[in-house]
Design a protein around this ligand. Structure first.
Ligand code: 7GP
Length: 836
């Protein structure tokens, strides 16, 4: 009898041979894949070949679920969530799929028995980094939770050939390299060229009468691009559900360049192909900073149009009339990047399906809902009208019509308030004219939400105030969450084992169960085990840090971590100024008793964001001095871990003692890294911003290090005329002088001048105003860490009370309040069921 390799107790249906993996079947299939897919044998096989052989074994096990899921949805015509997002920051698939299939440990054993290093194979996967940061990673957590909750759903996005750039640190500076994640192929995707659609661009429109003498408009484009879907299965945890992430690749339509080709312009035809493929070539690396480039708008329209056309195809297969589009689909706009969908759905309904305007508008509004992810004005998308008209002439006409009807409604509600009309218009006409995408998203949606309580309130009071006054009931909050499968079960197996050995493993799908750890915070034995787990994770990370930076760090020091995109509002400079202050204290009084700390930074700067790049240079420069100074005696270390991404995140969060969440109050919409840290037992030092407020509320004020101005205080200080120079005294002054003197730049007093002068004279994010409060809170941290046993108690409580921050809770709220999408459990089909 073969030993079953799979834990089957959570499943009710009979398993076929391919799913109930035995060790023998695993090893047979593994080598079959090596031979027959990769064409290799052990002597020549690389680690990547073995990774792929393993990936295909796993993929085979997913396909039965995928097919069963698709068959059930098709047959039942299930209501489906379509999550529209220009970014999906998925991270590596293999480990997550093993966890969700419930075969992780068994497969690890089987691989190890073959004499291969399982962890090394996992690291071979080039992660799909198809996102910049929070917004893209949230989309990834959401589609995983949707699958786990068995909600029919499709993720729609772009299959960028190059994802977020690879960051290297050269001489302390960030340098960017292209991310060639598809270099060795991608075992997780299946192309579906048979479902390719054409996307039109440019040209002009003309009115005509159709065969029934009806007034119609025809869009005559000057360019066609083929959109080819690449599908990736998204497994639910221990369920039979496998939903689909459908990403579009741009190609030249064969038929279109035919004419050019026949005219003998072979070169022209090839160029056309090249320029079409550009559309999905690269992810724009800007996070919360608008790139007003034509190619970016083309990308947005490209994936939105392809996705909506795909949804019409699905309606047709399921024999659902187009008038019921909104009953079949709930579409979520992940920020304004896909907001053009409002105009595109109108166009498809009116121009291509001859639905009357009023009915089309009703369908459109009932279909869409919009999530805002930032309050930063520079991130609000506005497209210059001439650019818009050139690329999407028909959509501009439709937007004008939507706007005219909308402004009529505003005029009636707010009689005589012409200023309000100008503020709310979909077109900004204060100077050069722009299309305001956030306004388009608002008028075209039945629900609008922010991503944490504070952020949703600020949306109503500030950026979207006029819309709130017009439609108060459309506004709501959906506090973000993260998936505990990737961010605990997969990335922190030690903690998972410890927790499950005490409270069972139901917490993995019901994170509120972690509360049952609370009494264990009073159990000395458990606290010791908890600290042992943390220490082991810190040792793992120390090995990674040594390998990637050459810096040796002490696992018994306090690991103080800030990992996220580099941005002034996130205030990595506040953090590094404090590091310099500690260094200054040590040099001024070498025998001062300080808690040994390792400051760990990670994050990418947008390539054109000079100050952010200079902040990285300051961090690495301070590190160069501090890490080498014998007077420090290893009590301080500063590490900048290059190329922070999902893979690296999985090793950092478990190892952190302290989580830095130090944005200026009112600027960080939510944050989600803050949740990953807290779940894994890190304490937070943070401001009253984004989800920090809710984390503190859950874990208790006594288990959280609060500092800084609140949002109203920030507003008041700015209104009263903030002068940062007024705060430049005491320790802060010494710190600033030290940097200015060139101490960290080999005597070059100019290097950091743009950064330091910016702070002294402008400081838009109130770094100086918050410095003192931050420094004091850091002293409390140091003192608290001295009592390791009490620290363990606080750490346990952070984790135990993090249940709210599971993306399962978030997704349930979206489903109940906005999408109205019920779960559809999947029965596994057998070969019998799917006979043609
Ligand atoms: C981010 C927010 O900055 C972060 O606070 C939030 O947790 C995350 O979205 C998910 O909601 N925003 C972006 O990543 C972004 O690009 C511009 O926003 C639209």
């Amino acid at each position: 009898m073969a030993t079953p390799l799979v834990a089957v107790e959570h499943r009710t249906e009979p398993q076929d041979e391919r799913t109930a993996l035995t060790k023998e079947a695993f090893q047979r299939d593994f080598f079959n894949n090596l031979f027959y897919i990769l064409g290799k044998f052990p002597t020549l096989a690389t680690k990547n070949d073995y990774y792929q052989a393993l990936a295909f074994v796993v993929r085979d096990r997913m396909l039965q679920r995928w097919i069963s899921t698709a068959a059930a949805y098709t047959k039942q015509g299930s209501r489906t969530v379509a999550y529209f997002s220009a970014e999906f920051l998925m991270g590596p698939h293999l480990g997550n799929n093993l966890v969700n299939l419930g075969i992780h440990d068994e497969v690890r054993k089987a691989v190890t028995e073959l004499g291969l290093d399982f962890n090394e194979l996992l690291l071979e996967e080039d992660e799909p980094g198809l996102g910049n940061g929070g917004l893209g990673r949230l989309a990834a957590c959401f589609i995983e939770s949707l699958a786990t909750l068995q909600i029919p759903s499709l993720g729609y996005g772009i299959r960028y050939e190059f994802g977020i750039f690879h960051q290297e640190i050269v001489d302390g500076w960030q340098t960017e390299r292209t991310d060639k994640w598809l270099r060795f192929g991608n075992p997780w995707e299946i192309p579906r060229p048979e479902w390719a659609v054409h996307v039109k661009l440019g040209g002009y429109t003309e009115p005509y009468r159709d065969e029934f003498y009806r007034h119609r408009v025809r869009w005559v484009p000057d360019r066609l691009v083929a959109a080819v879907p690449y599908d990736t299965p998204i497994l639910g945890y221990h369920t039979n559900t496998a939903n689909t992430l459908r990403l579009w690749k741009a190609e030249a339509p064969e038929s279109f360049d035919f004419a050019v080709f026949n005219r003998g312009d072979y070169y022209g035809a090839v160029m056309q192909k090249v320029s079409s493929e550009n559309l999905s070539k690269v992810l724009y690396p800007n996070d919360e900073q608008l790139q007003g480039k034509e190619l970016r708008l083309s990308q947005q329209y490209f994936f939105v149009s392809a996705s909506l056309q795909d949804m019409f195809r699905i309606l047709k297969i399921q024999k659902i009339p187009v008038e019921r589009f909104h009953e079949k689909f709930a579409a979520q706009l992940n920020d304004t990047h896909p907001a053009i969908a409002v105009a595109e759905l109108m166009r498809l309904l009116i121009d291509e399906n001859v639905v009357p305007w009023e009915q089309a508008w009703d369908i459109t509004r009932r279909t869409f809902a919009y999530t805002n992810h930032t309050l930063l004005p520079e991130a609000l998308e506005c497209w210059p009208l001439p650019l818009f008209a050139k690329l999407l002439p028909r959509h501009l006409e439709i937007i004008f019509e939507i706007n005219a009807r909308f402004l009529d409604e505003v005029r009636i509600r707010f009689y005589g308030d012409e200023e309000r009309i100008a503020r709310m218009s979909l077109i900004d006409e204060r100077g050069e004219r722009y299309v305001r995408m956030a306004h388009l998203a608002c008028v075209g949606s039945h629900a609008i939400n922010g991503v944490a309580e504070l952020h949703s309130e600020l949306l109503k009071q500030d950026v979207l105030r006029d819309f709130y006054e017009l439609w108060p009931t459309r506004f709501g909050n959906k506090t973000n969450g993260v998936t505990p499968r990737r961010w605990m079960a997969l990335s922190n197996p030690r903690l998972t084992k410890l927790v499950s050995s005490h409270i069972g493993d139901e917490w993995i799908t019901d994170l509120s169960q972690l509360r049952r750890l609370e009494p264990l915070a009073e159990d000395a034995g458990f606290r010791q085990q908890w600290l042992d787990v943390k220490r082991a994770c810190k040792c793992d990370f120390a090995a990674v840090a040594l390998k990637k930076t050459g810096i040796t760090i002490d696992p018994d020091s306090l690991f103080d971590v800030q990992v996220k995109r580099i941005h002034e509002y996130k205030r990595q400079h506040l953090n590094i100024l404090h590091v310099v202050a500690l260094y200054h204290r040590l040099r001024s009084n070498p025998n001062v008793d300080i808690t040994p700390r390792t400051f760990i930074f990670g994050g990418k700067a947008a390539p054109g964001y000079h100050i952010a790049k200079l902040i990285i240079k300051l961090i690495t420069s301070v590190g160069d001095v501090v890490n080498r100074d014998p007077a420090v005696r290893d009590r301080l270390k500063v590490v900048f871990l290059p190329n922070f991404n999902v893979k690296n995140g999985q090793r950092i969060y478990p190892a952190a003692d302290l989580s830095e969440q130090v944005s200026t109050a009112g600027k960080e919409a939510s944050g989600t890294g803050n949740m990953k840290f807290s779940m894994n037992g890190a304490l937070t030092i943070g401001t009253m911003d984004g989800a920090n407020i809710e984390i503190r509320e859950e874990v208790g004020a006594e288990n959280f290090f609060l500092f800084g101005l609140t949002t109203p205080e920030v507003g008041a200080l700015k209104a009263s005329g903030y002068n940062p120079a007024n705060y430049l005294d005491g320790e802060l002054k010494e710190v600033v002088e030290l940097i200015r003197s060139g101490f960290f730049s080999r005597g070059d007093a100019e290097l950091f001048r743009p950064l330091i002068d910016g702070l002294v004279h402008h400081d838009p994010y109130l770094v100086f105003a918050d410095f003192d409060s931050y420094s004091k809170a850091q002293q409390q941290v140091s003192a608290a860490y001295q009592d390791r046993d009490h620290w363990a108690r606080m750490s346990i409580l952070n984790s135990a009370r993090s249940g709210k921050f599971s993306s399962d809770r978030t997704i349930r709220e979206y489903c109940d309040d906005i999408w109205k999408a019920p779960a559809v459990p999947i029965r596994l089909l057998t070969q019998e069921d799917v006979k043609v």
